[in-house]
Design a protein around this ligand. Structure first.
Ligand code: SF4
Length: 434
């Protein structure tokens, strides 16, 4: 039996899932989500010599400052070039202003090796072409600094698409892989360093490598890409990045996402199969880790088993999370909403959802709130904008953005992920007793 068979059979046997869920409810109404600028909060921690310059309004500046907390002790690695009323009215040459801001910033901060110009709603409204601005500025500041552009605008995007847009901007700048290079594994998606280090150890024990990560920790460490690159997506919201990597010759391994024990085992199994790792070695490396993780999950399962959960569309992590909480924590799924359902990337996840679950794509927030109230869930996963009103109605909530700020992938983090769902219910139980 190949490692992949092991993982899938284990998963199917547990709950008897595997039949296709009910048809997807598609909605195109009012949405309540953060914009793509939010991704800067975790991306700036990840690429340690990068700077994210938002070209936007005071609202954009407030958003990222309040989401990131005020950083007074460190040199910040993000900022906002404010587009003011004069710019919006076309009274000033915004490109000249931008060149001056970038020049001053790079002069003061020689530690910056990669600069992202991040577009916003205001920069889109005035049709400021940041890609052209990046090419112009690259000619001035290369080779010391690489300057790239992407959009984090809230027009028609959700907050995790900021990471997709950022990584997609990096792909064309990745070096071409040497034609004689051995097959390499590219893990795509920003992960906490502790998670990357754990994954490197597991891949090393399995004899899989070389393993590289996108995004890298430093600008100079951009991994090469080409026909000998196989990639594993670590996040389910990287559709455009994956498409561009495929255009450069990389091949995506079909896999679930590394959330929970089963997801992590299936994800590792996809790479193990590609590298021809035999089933015994795979079991010897993964089984003890999986067993420890299962034991750590048990105390959260006690709190969560049988509880009803409702997912509002926000992070695009909803489908893998729903698979995890239903199969490994025994939660009852009501509706699983996602801003966008990438059927190819989520194929293995969708197979493992119970047939009774209502999937929804997009949002019409008032109608969805009605369905949520009717379902009477014990826990709702949603954005910050919906959490307070729902809490006021007596419904426990979990902010989906926390799932991006917390290391949750891999065996060692499975219990931390479960804890994020269990904590609001434990807090409620304490308040009731008090
Ligand atoms: S990019 Fe748009 S949605 Fe995001 S903070 Fe700026 S104005 Fe608001």
């Amino acid at each position: 039996m190949s490692p992949l068979d092991t993982a899938q059979n284990g998963a199917q046997g547990a709950n008897g899932c595997g039949s296709a869920p009910a048809p997807v409810l598609k909605e195109r109404g009012q949405r309540e989500v953060f914009c793509g600028l939010t991704g800067i909060i975790w991306l700036h921690r990840k690429i340690q010599d990068a700077f994210f310059l938002v070209v936007g309004s005071r609202t954009c500046a407030h958003l990222i400052q309040s989401a990131a907390g005020v950083m007074i002790f460190a040199e910040p690695r993000f900022g906002t070039a404010i587009i003011d009323e004069r710019d919006l009215a076309g009274l000033a040459d915004v490109n000249d202003e931008l060149d001056k801001v970038v020049g001053r910033l790079l002069e003061r901060r020689p530690d910056i090796k990669m600069l992202f110009l991040v577009g916003s709603c205001p920069s889109e409204v005035i049709k400021l072409d940041l890609s052209r601005a990046a090419s112009r500025l690259n000619r001035i500041h290369a080779p010391n600094v690489k300057i790239l552009a992407y959009s984090g605008s809230g027009i028609e995007t959700t907050f995790t698409q900021g990471e997709d847009a950022c990584l997609a901007a990096l792909v064309p700048t990745m070096p071409a892989e040497d034609a004689a290079a051995p097959k390499s594994l590219l893990v795509v998606g920003a992960l906490a360093e502790v998670v990357e280090d754990q994954m490197l150890r597991v891949f090393g024990d399995l004899g899989i490598g070389p393993v590289r990560f996108l995004p890298p920790r430093r600008a100079a460490e951009l991994p090469p890409v080409g026909p000998n690159t196989v990639m594993l997506l670590a996040q389910p919201f990287l559709g455009e990045t994956a498409r561009l990597l495929e255009e450069r010759g990389a091949r995506r391994l079909a896999a679930p996402f590394p959330l929970g024990v089963e997801g992590t085992t299936g994800w590792l199994a996809a790479a193990a199969k590609e590298w021809g790792v035999d089933a015994e070695r795979f079991r010897a490396v993964t089984a003890p880790r999986a067993e420890r993780a299962r034991k750590a999950l048990a105390r959260h399962r006690e709190v969560l088993e049988g509880k009803k959960i409702f997912f509002f569309p926000d992070s695009q992590l909803e489908v893998p999370l729903a698979r995890f909480v239903s199969r490994e924590l025994g939660m009852a799924l009501t509706e699983v909403g996602t801003p966008y359902l990438h059927r190819a990337h989520l194929a293995q996840e969708l197979e493992q959802l119970p047939a009774t679950v209502q999937l929804s794509e997009g949002q019409d927030v008032d109608r969805q709130l009605d369905r949520c109230r009717a379902a009477q869930p014990d826990l709702v996963v949603c954005g910050l904008g919906l959490a307070n009103p729902l809490e006021a109605e007596g419904i426990a909530t979990k902010w989906s953005i926390e799932l991006l700020f917390t290391p949750v992938q891999g065996y060692e983090q499975a219990a931390d992920l479960a804890e994020l769902f269990a904590r609001p219910l434990r807090r409620r139980a304490i308040l009731k007793v008090a």
